[in-house]
Ligand binder design. Structure first.
Ligand code: NOJ
Ligand code: MG
Length: 531
């Protein structure tokens, strides 16, 4: 029998670069493409395969690039098209892959398409966006709310209609029921694919099609005042409509016109709905992002259940993936604490499925406290008090102990974490026991060990706050034992085992031969190679 072949995005690790904050080459305090190029050796040496870069396209930056005003250009702040071509080439020279962010659900209100669309009711581009007459009382056409607060409908004086925006009013939603819109975005995808881009991460994929009748969303019975206003409703009619799967399939077809490319979907949905995005016969997204580790409480039993539910729900041939952090959520080291952040990294890098690492998490970067008068994120500014600011997890990458952690020679667009003198790449790279050193070793082990990057997942039953599982490929077998609490736990599996500790959060245990029953100290995580 022929050996099954695994693809780069199945075997390899993805790393998210938030370009404004990764590396600034020109001293304007904002990261840029030449900055990223200068750090590609770092990513290569770290063991990364796919580099996903959040939006770098022309944009008024109302939502820091998630409001695109030209789908086939480069924002001058980030560089030029030449810089982009060089970036692609340098990534490929290092045998890595480049993944771009595609934001098809909405454009900027300054996009030429929207300028034309808003001109008049019979403009040829009118139907490229979602326009509706006011309700009989003059108010918005239905009760849909914006994720960033307030009604999702904005009244436009000029033509006396409302347009729909799931996010900011500066981010009008495109009408994906219109075939011209589909073609326009598919052509933009082809533009980048022809340039050699290896894939896309598609922004808010589950938002792309809305109920044709625009029915009101039902109230959320679990809503309370501490939540943002969007949580008042269940977005039953404004997101995750059946027809979205036709769009995803079409996007996949575009990607499949080229060899070996990748389609990732950003989707916040429960597992049963999420896995539908793999598409019938896996003709949808290759990787519908699995955000469970971002959302679940840090409890072994809950995480274990989620892993098993996910494994059970995956379609045949559907490839799993796990995400521990991104530019929209508090950093893992802040959510679970420094000690458990190591357990979390061990989990991410030993679970079955493609891992995505958020820049800086490999160092153990934490959320940075941003003074109220310095908040930049519209999500927070729009709904003071309840809208979560995403600035704290978007602060500059910490490269060394010089001014501004070596990120910029100018004034950084967001303040840096005070501890950057110790917590930086240069300091930690070779330092045994540091978070970066620890993660480098985990990545190295994963990349070199088929059991860890393509092996089967085998659950192991444990009690209390322990999480355990095995990974197996042919005769190679690993056992993971992770203590998700800070108190001692007893590991007593119902099978016999013996093996050698390859990586431990307490390095003095590495190399030890273990077997049978174990007393697992608080915050201890073990990656054990079984005999
Ligand atoms: C999801 C992105 O990750 C987030 O940063 C952005 O604000 C919204 N989509 C709107 O594009
Ligand atoms: Mg710059």
């Amino acid at each position: 029998m022929k050996e099954k072949e695994y693809l780069w995005w199945q075997k390899g690790i993805i790393y998210q670069v938030y370009p404004r904050s990764f590396m600034d080459s020109d001293g304007d305090g904002i990261g840029d493409l030449n900055g990223i190029i200068s750090k590609l050796d770092y990513l290569k040496d770290l063991g990364i395969k796919g580099v996903w870069i959040s939006p770098i396209f022309p944009s008024p930056m109302a939502d820091f690039g998630y409001d695109v005003s030209d789908y086939t250009g480069i924002h001058t702040m980030f560089g030029t098209m030449q810089d982009f071509d060089l970036l692609t080439k340098e990534i490929h020279n290092r045998n890595m892959k480049l993944i771009l962010d595609l934001v098809p659900n909405h454009s900027s209100n300054e996009h030429q398409w929207f300028r034309e669309s808003r001109r008049s009711k019979d403009d040829p581009k009118r139907d490229w966006y979602i326009w509706k007459d006011p309700a009989p009382d003059g108010g918005p056409p239905n009760n849909w709310l914006s994720v960033f607060g307030g009604s999702a409908w904005e009244y436009d004086e000029q033509t006396g209609q409302y347009y729909y925006h799931a996010f900011l009013k500066e981010q009008p939603d495109l009408n994906w029921r219109n075939p011209e819109v589909q073609q326009a975005i598919f052509d933009a995808m082809r533009f980048w694919l022809k340039k050699g881009v290896d894939g896309f991460r598609v922004d808010v994929m589950w938002h792309m099609i809305k109920d044709e009748k625009l029915r009101d969303n039902p109230p959320n019975p679990d809503y309370n005042e501490k939540m943002n206003s969007y949580s008042r409703h269940i977005s039953a009619y404004s997101t995750d409509q059946d027809e979205v799967h036709d769009i995803v399939r079409k996007m996949r077809k575009v990607v499949d016109e080229f060899d070996d490319r990748l389609l990732i979907g950003e989707i916040y949905l429960p597992i049963s709905k999420l896995v539908r995005y793999y598409g019938e016969d896996n003709q949808g997204a290759h990787l519908p992002f699995n955000f469970q580790l971002l959302e679940l409480p840090w409890e072994a039993k809950k995480i274990e259940a989620a892993i098993n539910d996910y494994e059970g729900a995956l379609p045949d041939e559907g490839w799993p993936n796990w995400v521990l952090g991104n530019h929209d959520k508090s950093r893992i080291a802040t959510r679970v604490g420094k000690e458990q952040a190591r357990i979390a990294a061990m989990l991410l890098l030993t679970l079955r499925g493609t891992p995505t690492i958020y820049y800086g998490d490999e160092l153990g970067m934490e959320d940075v406290n941003i003074p109220e008068n310095k908040i930049m994120d519209p999500q927070a500014l729009n709904e003071p008090g309840v809208g979560k600011s995403r600035d704290p997890e978007r602060t500059p990458m910490q490269w060394d102990d010089t001014r501004n952690a070596g990120f910029t020679t100018g004034e950084p667009w967001l303040p840096l974490m005070e501890n950057y003198q110790e917590l930086n790449v240069k300091e930690q790279w070779e330092k045994k026991g540091s978070m970066l050193h620890f993660q480098r070793r985990l990545i190295n082990l994963r990349n070199g060990e088929p059991a860890l990057h393509i092996g089967d997942h085998i659950p192991v039953y444990t009690e209390n706050n322990l999480l355990s599982y095995m990974r197996k490929y042919k005769d190679r077998k690993y056992l993971m034992v992770l203590n998700l609490s800070d108190s001692q736990e007893n590991f007593k599996p119902d099978f016999n085992w013996r093996g050698k500790v390859r990586i431990a959060t307490q390095p003095e245990m590495e190399g030890e031969e273990l077997g049978g029953e174990l007393q697992v100290k608080g915050n201890l995580g073990l990656v054990i190679e079984l005999d």
